[in-house]
Design a protein around this ligand. Structure first.
Ligand code: IVH
Length: 672
């Protein structure tokens, strides 16, 4: 990008970020996620780094958020309210510790970690034990006087607890800082009520909390459930509060709620354990969090190290990987899936989201692209969470240059040239109708060999392509006719790996009925539906002969699924494939009469590791007997199986819901 292009882009980024900030801070509404906004800010900062002449005094990278709203009076903070620098990795935590070591070589390795609450910061000033004032963070120097509003909040004591062990805090000025949050459950309830009343919905708990606290009507504040959790304690003589662990002790004794999770730690590895432990458990917290605050426990050293920019040197915020980022759509192509579905896919300028590089994202279907108006060349927000396929959320229309191109869905399959069709008028997706389309064949074989289906080791994506290219296989049945010598002739294989593959295939001649059924890749038949069908019909022949009505008799199977099954078996190409399997002696085992359905309708969750069998194997057995394997505890969970090192949140959740907790021995008895 040259300077002129960079300037044009930077100006658009500035406008968009300013717009976002105005909506966020003044109107209390979110037009895009914070993560997407951060991503834009990051891009702007990078441009400014490359071309420092682009930095203007009004650039969002140079600004402090939070102007004081008209209607509240201003209060100057006696001690500035700081932000924290973000870190994302263990290396960055180590670097932080090294920096402190440089300034204070023998510092005591004591860190105080707490959950970073996603709410709004608030300072409470008590004089001789009485609540005198509540103030927002504002720009860190000057905040808004929200005394009347905080006085309505039950979690904020109007006077410090007179019976406290720490009587000195009842004299003179005591400042308590903390976060005002709205619980996730309260937020959901509030929005449900608003929906019923036809009122506009709130964007997220933090905005709602912020919007509420800045209401000029304390009556309205009192009607909304807000909670204050304390994290800091200030006295004129700071020596009275030597450590953060002591501060938390005093705060609780003075009548404030603090996070029970907060913990004193002694090393970077303990910090990482704390951070990693909460990464998953955090979804069970009452409020949202996007990270962990880590401070030096020694507050004198913290003060001595001072401030760099807006953040203290003695503390950091470890942020969990964001699930959204912004990037550019370089191109759009159409991918043909194993059932022929034509899915438009965006080719992206590579971007790191949640720790991995994302280069492609699904656009779902033609209608979705039109609805969102996503164009080639657009800057877009991309979302990726856990194992889900990354998707394009929306284009940032304001960043358009005019050079973007509208995507036209091709009328022909880009792989085999067949005319794309829609099976029904209301179908959103186009499909390639050619059952022999190479793209479909490749994905079918890949699916057949995948972990949840036949689980054939050594038959991954690339090996399948190599075998297809050589013309050694044309469909999933062909893999059973492969000879070691043929496989060896491929560049990718040596004699050992070739024999291993042939051996792996030979062990999958009589797969379980459910895995085989799932492996065929029938539309709408996921792993669980395949298990349900197998347990109901017992033999493959019975499923082949089933009518739509027979199929819908199976619990959880609706018309759409039933029709897909009947259609599959009616298709001559599929019939031929099945004949081929049979001819090669490949056929699924029937479900044993005595065993089937023993655990019908029972739901299981496993926490911790089992000694006798892997989690996968246990799940397989549970499913084979008709039970369901769940990943988290819900109201309908029947058994929580507790292995070694169980997760505390699952055990706690089971206790709350009254779920049966059993050990591995009891599980074995159920499975026998
Ligand atoms: S300690 C020097 N502890 O995070 C600041 N802050 O970026 C020390 N926050 O605006 C703050 N939960 O409002 C601390 N457990 C926690 C926190 C927390 C949320 C907020 C705080 C501040 C921001 C810092």
């Amino acid at each position: 990008m040259n300077l002129n292009q960079a300037r044009e882009r930077a100006n658009k980024l500035k406008d968009l970020i300013n717009d976002y900030r105005y909506h966020y801070h003044v109107l209390n509404e979110s037009i895009i996620s914070d993560e997407a906004a951060d991503s834009l800010k990051h891009e702007l900062a990078q441009l400014e780094e490359q071309y420092p002449e682009l930095i203007t005094p009004d650039s969002p990278t140079q600004r402090v958020a939070g102007a004081v709203l008209p209607g509240f009076s201003e209060v100057r903070h006696t001690t500035r309210m700081l932000s924290l620098n973000d870190v994302f990795s263990e290396e960055e935590v180590e670097a932080w510790v090294k920096r402190i070591e440089k300034a204070a070589p023998d510092f005591k390795k004591e860190y105080f970690a707490d959950i970073k609450m996603d709410g709004l910061a608030c300072a409470l000033i008590y004089n001789d034990g009485l609540l005198e004032r509540g103030v927002t963070r504002g720009d860190g120097y000057v905040g808004e006087d929200i005394t009347l509003n905080v006085r309505t909040m039950d979690s904020i004591p109007l006077s410090l607890r007179a019976a406290t062990k720490y009587q000195s805090f009842l004299k003179g000025r005591t400042e308590v800082r903390g976060e005002i949050v709205m619980y996730k459950a309260d937020f959901e309830r509030l929005n449900e009520e608003r929906q019923k009343l036809g009122q506009p919905l709130f964007a997220n708990p933090r905005n709602t909390a912020a919007g509420t606290i800045r209401q000029l009507d304390p009556g309205l504040v009192a009607s909304r459930p807000l909670h204050f959790r304390a994290y800091d304690l200030l006295r004129d003589n700071q020596a009275e509060v030597a450590t953060n662990s002591f501060a938390y002790q005093v705060l609780a004794d003075l009548g404030f709620s603090t996070n029970h999770a907060a913990k004193l730690l002694n090393s970077v590895s303990q910090i990482m354990d704390f951070v990693n432990g909460w990464e998953h458990k955090r979804k069970n917290l009452e409020f949202n969090t996007d990270g962990i605050v880590v401070k030096l426990n020694d507050r004198q050293l913290f003060d001595k190290l001072g401030v760099a920019g807006k953040a203290p040197r003695g503390a950091i915020a470890f942020k969990y990987a964001a699930e959204q980022a912004t990037t550019i759509v370089r191109d759009i192509f159409v991918s043909i899936g194993r059932t022929g579905t034509a899915t438009p896919v965006a080719v992206l300028e590579p971007v790191v989201i949640a720790g991995s590089t994302v280069q492609m994202a699904t656009l779902h279907n033609e209608a979705e692209i039109k609805r969102k108006d996503i164009r080639i060349g657009d800057s877009v927000i991309v979302h990726k969470a856990g194992d889900i396929i990354p998707e394009v959320v929306e284009p940032l229309v304001k960043l358009r240059t005019g050079k973007e191109r509208v995507f036209e869905m091709p009328s022909l399959c880009p792989i085999c040239g067949s005319k794309l069709v829609k099976l029904k008028a209301e179908d959103a997706a186009w499909r390639c109708p050619n059952p022999n389309c190479p793209s479909r064949t490749w994905k079918q074989i890949q699916h057949y060999a995948s972990k949840e289906a036949l689980d054939i080791e050594g038959l991954g994506e690339k090996n399948i392509i190599a075998l297809l290219d050589k013309g050694l296989i044309k469909d999933p049945a062909d893999i059973y006719s492969l000879k070691t010598e043929q496989v060896m002739s491929l560049e990718r294989f040596a004699s050992v790996s070739a024999s291993k593959l042939i051996e792996a295939i030979s062990t999958k001649v009589h797969p379980s009925l459910s895995r085989f059924l799932y492996g065929l890749g029938i539309r709408h038949i996921g792993a669980q539906t395949a298990i349900d069908l197998a347990n109901h019909f017992k033999t493959f022949e019975a499923i082949m002969d089933a009518t739509v009505e027979d199929l819908t008799n199976v619990e959880g199977v609706g018309e759409v699924v039933a029709e897909a099954v009947v259609e599959y078996f009616a298709e001559p190409v599929n019939r031929r494939l099945l004949e081929k399997f049979k001819h090669l002696g490949v056929w699924p085992e029937p479900v044993k009469q005595s065993q089937a359905g023993k655990l019908n309708g029972m739901n299981f969750v496993i926490t911790g590791t089992l000694e006798g069998l892997s989690r996968e194997a246990a799940a397989d057995k549970i499913r084979a007997l008709g039970g369901r394997f769940q990943t988290s505890i819900a109201k309908d969970t029947d058994y929580l199986v507790i292995g070694n090192n169980p997760g505390t949140s699952k055990v706690e959740q089971a206790r709350k819901l009254g779920t049966n907790a059993i050990d591995e021995r009891a599980l074995s008895q159920l499975l026998d």
